[in-house]
Design a protein around this ligand. Structure first.
Ligand code: ADP
Ligand code: MG
Length: 321
Protein backbone atom coordinates (compact mmCIF):
# COMPACT_ATOMS: atom_id res chain seq x y z
CA UNK A 1 0.00 0.00 0.00
CA UNK A 2 1.69 3.23 -1.11
CA UNK A 3 0.91 6.71 0.17
CA UNK A 4 -1.65 7.38 -2.55
CA UNK A 5 -3.50 4.22 -1.68
CA UNK A 6 -3.40 5.19 2.01
CA UNK A 7 -4.87 8.60 1.25
CA UNK A 8 -7.53 7.16 -1.04
CA UNK A 9 -8.52 4.39 1.33
CA UNK A 10 -8.51 6.13 4.67
CA UNK A 11 -8.59 9.87 4.29
CA UNK A 12 -10.36 10.91 1.10
CA UNK A 13 -13.99 10.96 2.15
CA UNK A 14 -17.08 12.50 0.75
CA UNK A 15 -18.53 15.21 2.85
CA UNK A 16 -16.90 18.26 1.37
CA UNK A 17 -19.36 21.08 1.52
CA UNK A 18 -19.69 24.01 -0.85
CA UNK A 19 -16.98 25.89 1.05
CA UNK A 20 -14.46 23.43 -0.43
CA UNK A 21 -13.80 24.44 -4.03
CA UNK A 22 -11.00 21.88 -4.29
CA UNK A 23 -10.27 19.19 -1.71
CA UNK A 24 -7.85 16.25 -1.50
CA UNK A 25 -6.09 15.35 -4.75
CA UNK A 26 -4.50 18.48 -6.09
CA UNK A 27 -1.42 20.42 -5.00
CA UNK A 28 -3.47 22.49 -2.62
CA UNK A 29 -6.95 22.80 -1.26
CA UNK A 30 -9.06 25.77 -2.26
CA UNK A 31 -11.51 27.02 0.32
CA UNK A 32 -14.18 29.68 0.23
CA UNK A 33 -14.30 31.45 3.60
CA UNK A 34 -17.27 33.59 4.49
CA UNK A 35 -16.47 37.16 3.50
CA UNK A 36 -17.69 38.70 6.74
CA UNK A 37 -15.75 36.47 9.13
CA UNK A 38 -12.17 36.22 10.37
CA UNK A 39 -10.22 33.01 9.79
CA UNK A 40 -8.56 31.36 12.78
CA UNK A 41 -5.76 28.89 12.13
CA UNK A 42 -4.45 26.43 14.74
CA UNK A 43 -2.00 23.55 14.45
CA UNK A 44 -0.76 20.97 16.93
CA UNK A 45 1.63 18.07 16.55
CA UNK A 46 1.48 15.01 18.71
CA UNK A 47 4.48 12.71 18.88
CA UNK A 48 4.40 9.11 20.01
CA UNK A 49 6.18 8.71 23.34
CA UNK A 50 6.16 12.47 23.97
CA UNK A 51 2.53 13.53 23.90
CA UNK A 52 1.07 10.11 24.51
CA UNK A 53 2.47 6.80 25.73
CA UNK A 54 3.64 4.24 23.18
CA UNK A 55 0.85 1.71 22.81
CA UNK A 56 -2.10 4.12 22.94
CA UNK A 57 -4.72 2.83 20.50
CA UNK A 58 -4.70 4.23 16.98
CA UNK A 59 -8.29 5.29 17.41
CA UNK A 60 -7.48 7.32 20.52
CA UNK A 61 -4.48 8.89 18.78
CA UNK A 62 -6.67 9.99 15.88
CA UNK A 63 -9.32 11.35 18.22
CA UNK A 64 -6.85 13.25 20.39
CA UNK A 65 -5.03 14.76 17.41
CA UNK A 66 -8.24 16.50 16.37
CA UNK A 67 -9.56 17.17 19.89
CA UNK A 68 -6.48 19.10 21.04
CA UNK A 69 -6.85 21.40 18.05
CA UNK A 70 -10.58 21.84 18.58
CA UNK A 71 -9.70 22.94 22.08
CA UNK A 72 -7.51 25.72 20.67
CA UNK A 73 -10.36 26.85 18.45
CA UNK A 74 -12.68 26.79 21.48
CA UNK A 75 -10.32 29.11 23.32
CA UNK A 76 -10.49 31.54 20.39
CA UNK A 77 -14.30 31.29 20.21
CA UNK A 78 -13.95 30.05 16.63
CA UNK A 79 -16.24 27.72 14.74
CA UNK A 80 -14.35 24.73 13.27
CA UNK A 81 -14.49 24.69 9.45
CA UNK A 82 -11.69 22.74 7.73
CA UNK A 83 -8.97 20.28 8.62
CA UNK A 84 -5.62 19.14 7.20
CA UNK A 85 -3.49 16.21 8.33
CA UNK A 86 0.27 15.65 8.09
CA UNK A 87 1.04 12.08 9.03
CA UNK A 88 4.43 10.45 9.58
CA UNK A 89 4.19 6.71 9.92
CA UNK A 90 6.77 4.10 10.87
CA UNK A 91 4.76 1.38 9.11
CA UNK A 92 1.69 1.21 6.95
CA UNK A 93 -0.36 -1.10 9.08
CA UNK A 94 -3.95 -1.22 7.73
CA UNK A 95 -5.45 -1.91 11.16
CA UNK A 96 -3.65 1.05 12.67
CA UNK A 97 -4.68 3.32 9.80
CA UNK A 98 -8.26 2.16 9.98
CA UNK A 99 -8.43 2.84 13.74
CA UNK A 100 -6.65 6.15 13.39
CA UNK A 101 -8.98 7.38 10.65
CA UNK A 102 -12.01 6.32 12.68
CA UNK A 103 -10.84 8.28 15.72
CA UNK A 104 -9.94 11.29 13.60
CA UNK A 105 -13.30 11.49 11.85
CA UNK A 106 -15.13 10.69 15.06
CA UNK A 107 -13.64 13.75 16.77
CA UNK A 108 -14.44 15.86 13.71
CA UNK A 109 -17.94 14.50 13.26
CA UNK A 110 -19.72 16.98 15.52
CA UNK A 111 -18.69 19.72 13.15
CA UNK A 112 -18.97 20.18 9.46
CA UNK A 113 -15.19 20.05 9.14
CA UNK A 114 -14.00 18.20 6.05
CA UNK A 115 -10.42 16.94 5.71
CA UNK A 116 -9.21 18.93 2.73
CA UNK A 117 -5.56 17.95 2.40
CA UNK A 118 -2.40 16.85 4.06
CA UNK A 119 0.87 15.03 3.68
CA UNK A 120 1.88 11.42 4.24
CA UNK A 121 5.46 10.39 4.93
CA UNK A 122 7.46 7.58 6.43
CA UNK A 123 9.60 8.10 9.54
CA UNK A 124 10.90 6.32 12.59
CA UNK A 125 8.18 7.47 14.92
CA UNK A 126 4.52 8.17 14.53
CA UNK A 127 4.00 11.93 14.32
CA UNK A 128 0.57 13.41 13.73
CA UNK A 129 0.05 17.05 12.84
CA UNK A 130 -3.48 18.31 12.48
CA UNK A 131 -4.24 21.81 11.37
CA UNK A 132 -7.69 23.28 11.77
CA UNK A 133 -9.13 26.36 10.22
CA UNK A 134 -12.04 27.98 11.95
CA UNK A 135 -13.91 31.19 11.60
CA UNK A 136 -15.41 33.78 13.84
CA UNK A 137 -17.53 36.86 13.40
CA UNK A 138 -15.16 39.63 12.41
CA UNK A 139 -13.25 40.85 15.46
CA UNK A 140 -15.17 38.63 17.89
CA UNK A 141 -12.34 36.16 18.62
CA UNK A 142 -11.19 35.69 22.19
CA UNK A 143 -7.55 36.18 23.15
CA UNK A 144 -5.39 35.61 26.21
CA UNK A 145 -4.82 39.29 26.65
CA UNK A 146 -8.11 40.97 27.50
CA UNK A 147 -8.37 40.25 31.23
CA UNK A 148 -8.57 43.10 33.76
CA UNK A 149 -7.63 43.18 37.40
CA UNK A 150 -10.83 42.41 39.33
CA UNK A 151 -12.18 39.96 36.74
CA UNK A 152 -13.25 36.55 37.96
CA UNK A 153 -11.28 33.51 36.81
CA UNK A 154 -13.16 30.39 35.71
CA UNK A 155 -12.44 26.88 34.60
CA UNK A 156 -14.69 24.33 32.88
CA UNK A 157 -14.90 20.66 33.82
CA UNK A 158 -12.75 18.94 36.42
CA UNK A 159 -9.07 19.61 35.74
CA UNK A 160 -6.58 16.99 36.86
CA UNK A 161 -8.54 14.05 35.51
CA UNK A 162 -6.38 13.71 32.40
CA UNK A 163 -3.17 13.70 34.45
CA UNK A 164 -4.72 11.11 36.75
CA UNK A 165 -5.72 9.08 33.71
CA UNK A 166 -2.27 9.28 32.17
CA UNK A 167 -0.73 8.17 35.47
CA UNK A 168 -3.14 5.24 35.51
CA UNK A 169 -2.24 4.29 31.93
CA UNK A 170 1.50 4.60 32.55
CA UNK A 171 1.31 2.67 35.82
CA UNK A 172 0.25 -0.32 33.79
CA UNK A 173 -2.86 -1.87 32.45
CA UNK A 174 -3.61 -4.20 35.29
CA UNK A 175 -6.91 -5.89 34.66
CA UNK A 176 -8.14 -4.79 38.03
CA UNK A 177 -7.60 -1.11 37.24
CA UNK A 178 -9.02 -1.45 33.75
CA UNK A 179 -12.18 -2.95 35.21
CA UNK A 180 -12.42 -0.24 37.84
CA UNK A 181 -14.89 2.48 36.90
CA UNK A 182 -12.82 5.31 38.37
CA UNK A 183 -9.67 4.33 36.48
CA UNK A 184 -11.66 3.86 33.31
CA UNK A 185 -13.21 7.29 33.65
CA UNK A 186 -9.84 8.97 34.28
CA UNK A 187 -8.13 7.19 31.40
CA UNK A 188 -10.91 8.31 29.11
CA UNK A 189 -10.40 11.90 30.18
CA UNK A 190 -6.85 11.55 28.86
CA UNK A 191 -7.60 9.60 25.70
CA UNK A 192 -10.88 11.35 24.88
CA UNK A 193 -10.77 14.96 26.03
CA UNK A 194 -13.91 17.03 25.51
CA UNK A 195 -12.99 20.19 23.62
CA UNK A 196 -15.29 22.94 24.87
CA UNK A 197 -16.15 24.35 21.47
CA UNK A 198 -19.87 25.06 22.04
CA UNK A 199 -19.08 26.76 25.31
CA UNK A 200 -16.22 28.74 23.75
CA UNK A 201 -18.62 29.98 21.08
CA UNK A 202 -21.17 30.85 23.76
CA UNK A 203 -18.84 33.00 25.85
CA UNK A 204 -17.53 35.13 22.97
CA UNK A 205 -18.49 38.67 23.84
CA UNK A 206 -18.68 37.88 27.56
CA UNK A 207 -15.29 36.42 28.49
CA UNK A 208 -12.55 39.04 28.62
CA UNK A 209 -9.74 36.53 27.95
CA UNK A 210 -9.49 32.78 27.42
CA UNK A 211 -6.95 29.98 27.11
CA UNK A 212 -7.31 26.24 26.91
CA UNK A 213 -5.69 24.16 29.63
CA UNK A 214 -3.12 21.96 27.96
CA UNK A 215 -0.02 22.48 30.13
CA UNK A 216 -1.71 22.64 33.53
CA UNK A 217 -4.10 25.09 35.15
CA UNK A 218 -1.52 27.22 36.97
CA UNK A 219 0.78 27.40 33.95
CA UNK A 220 -2.03 28.29 31.56
CA UNK A 221 -3.83 30.69 33.89
CA UNK A 222 -0.40 32.26 34.32
CA UNK A 223 -0.08 32.71 30.56
CA UNK A 224 -3.48 34.38 30.45
CA UNK A 225 -2.56 36.69 33.34
CA UNK A 226 0.83 37.48 31.82
CA UNK A 227 -0.65 38.24 28.39
CA UNK A 228 -3.21 40.50 30.09
CA UNK A 229 -0.62 42.27 32.27
CA UNK A 230 -2.40 41.16 35.41
CA UNK A 231 -1.73 38.78 38.26
CA UNK A 232 -4.04 36.00 39.32
CA UNK A 233 -5.04 34.20 42.47
CA UNK A 234 -6.43 30.67 42.39
CA UNK A 235 -8.34 29.45 45.42
CA UNK A 236 -7.33 25.90 46.23
CA UNK A 237 -10.62 25.14 47.99
CA UNK A 238 -12.59 26.10 44.93
CA UNK A 239 -10.88 23.62 42.61
CA UNK A 240 -13.53 21.36 41.10
CA UNK A 241 -11.94 17.95 41.67
CA UNK A 242 -13.81 14.93 40.35
CA UNK A 243 -14.89 12.28 42.82
CA UNK A 244 -13.13 9.73 40.61
CA UNK A 245 -9.81 11.55 40.83
CA UNK A 246 -10.10 12.02 44.60
CA UNK A 247 -10.83 8.35 45.14
CA UNK A 248 -7.96 7.18 42.94
CA UNK A 249 -5.30 9.75 43.81
CA UNK A 250 -6.33 11.08 47.22
CA UNK A 251 -7.06 14.76 47.89
CA UNK A 252 -3.51 16.10 47.94
CA UNK A 253 -2.40 14.46 44.71
CA UNK A 254 -5.74 15.24 43.07
CA UNK A 255 -5.17 18.95 43.76
CA UNK A 256 -1.64 18.71 42.43
CA UNK A 257 -2.85 17.05 39.24
CA UNK A 258 -5.51 19.72 38.85
CA UNK A 259 -3.02 22.55 39.27
CA UNK A 260 0.00 21.23 37.40
CA UNK A 261 -1.08 18.21 35.35
CA UNK A 262 -1.65 18.86 31.68
CA UNK A 263 -3.86 17.50 28.91
CA UNK A 264 -7.21 18.55 30.34
CA UNK A 265 -8.30 20.63 27.34
CA UNK A 266 -10.70 22.57 29.51
CA UNK A 267 -11.21 26.30 29.10
CA UNK A 268 -9.81 28.78 31.59
CA UNK A 269 -11.15 32.30 31.14
CA UNK A 270 -11.81 35.59 32.82
CA UNK A 271 -14.95 37.69 32.96
CA UNK A 272 -16.40 40.71 34.68
CA UNK A 273 -18.03 39.67 37.99
CA UNK A 274 -21.31 41.22 36.77
CA UNK A 275 -21.50 38.49 34.08
CA UNK A 276 -21.31 35.55 36.49
CA UNK A 277 -25.01 34.66 36.42
CA UNK A 278 -25.16 34.73 32.63
CA UNK A 279 -22.06 32.55 32.33
CA UNK A 280 -23.50 29.98 34.70
CA UNK A 281 -26.77 29.84 32.82
CA UNK A 282 -24.91 29.37 29.51
CA UNK A 283 -22.87 26.57 31.10
CA UNK A 284 -26.00 24.92 32.50
CA UNK A 285 -27.70 25.07 29.12
CA UNK A 286 -24.73 23.32 27.52
CA UNK A 287 -24.25 20.81 30.32
CA UNK A 288 -20.79 22.17 31.14
CA UNK A 289 -19.53 22.28 34.72
CA UNK A 290 -18.32 25.83 35.34
CA UNK A 291 -16.41 26.92 38.43
CA UNK A 292 -15.13 30.28 39.54
CA UNK A 293 -11.68 29.41 40.85
CA UNK A 294 -10.20 32.79 41.59
CA UNK A 295 -9.64 36.34 40.50
CA UNK A 296 -7.33 38.45 38.41
CA UNK A 297 -5.42 41.08 40.36
CA UNK A 298 -2.69 43.62 39.84
CA UNK A 299 0.10 41.73 41.63
CA UNK A 300 1.69 40.56 38.39
CA UNK A 301 2.06 37.15 40.02
CA UNK A 302 0.11 33.95 39.96
CA UNK A 303 -0.67 32.68 43.44
CA UNK A 304 -2.46 29.59 44.63
CA UNK A 305 -4.04 30.19 48.02
CA UNK A 306 -5.44 27.97 50.70
CA UNK A 307 -7.52 29.67 53.36
CA UNK A 308 -6.16 32.96 52.12
CA UNK A 309 -2.53 31.90 52.48
CA UNK A 310 -0.32 31.43 49.42
CA UNK A 311 0.85 27.89 48.71
CA UNK A 312 4.32 27.76 47.23
CA UNK A 313 5.26 26.43 43.84
CA UNK A 314 8.59 25.61 42.34
CA UNK A 315 9.68 24.67 38.85
CA UNK A 316 9.69 21.05 39.79
CA UNK A 317 6.06 21.29 40.79
CA UNK A 318 4.18 21.83 43.86
CA UNK A 319 5.18 21.88 47.54
CA UNK A 320 3.52 22.25 50.94
CA UNK A 321 1.00 19.46 50.82
P1 ADP B 1 2.14 16.89 -3.32
O1 ADP B 1 3.17 15.93 -3.81
O2 ADP B 1 1.69 17.87 -4.35
O3 ADP B 1 2.47 17.52 -2.03
P2 ADP B 1 0.81 14.64 -2.33
O4 ADP B 1 1.08 13.58 -3.31
O5 ADP B 1 1.64 14.69 -1.08
O6 ADP B 1 0.83 16.03 -3.05
O7 ADP B 1 -0.69 14.54 -1.87
C1 ADP B 1 -1.72 14.32 -2.81
C2 ADP B 1 -3.00 14.87 -2.29
O8 ADP B 1 -3.39 14.15 -1.14
C3 ADP B 1 -2.92 16.33 -1.87
O9 ADP B 1 -4.14 16.95 -2.20
C4 ADP B 1 -2.74 16.27 -0.40
O10 ADP B 1 -3.27 17.41 0.22
C5 ADP B 1 -3.53 15.01 -0.03
N1 ADP B 1 -3.02 14.32 1.14
C6 ADP B 1 -1.78 13.78 1.33
N2 ADP B 1 -1.69 13.18 2.53
C7 ADP B 1 -2.89 13.33 3.13
C8 ADP B 1 -3.41 12.94 4.38
N3 ADP B 1 -2.71 12.27 5.29
N4 ADP B 1 -4.68 13.30 4.66
C9 ADP B 1 -5.40 14.01 3.77
N5 ADP B 1 -4.98 14.39 2.58
C10 ADP B 1 -3.73 14.07 2.24
MG1 MG C 1 2.33 19.24 -5.29
Amino acid sequence: MDEFEIIRRYFARDGDDDTVRLGIGDDGAVLAPAHDRDLVCVVDTIVEGVHYPVGLSARDIGFRAVAVNLSDLAAMAARPRWMTLALTLSANDPDWLDGFARGLFEAASHWSMPLVGGDTTRGEQTVVTVELLGDVERGAFLTRSGAKSGDDLYVTGTPGDAAGGLASIVAGNTEQDAADGDHRYLRQRFTRPTPRVPFGLAIAGIATAAIDVSDGLVADAGKLAHASNTGARIDLQRLPLSAELRRVAGDAKAARYALTGGDDYELCFSADPADGAELHSLADALGVLLTRIGKLDDTGQILVCREGQPVEFSDTGYRHF
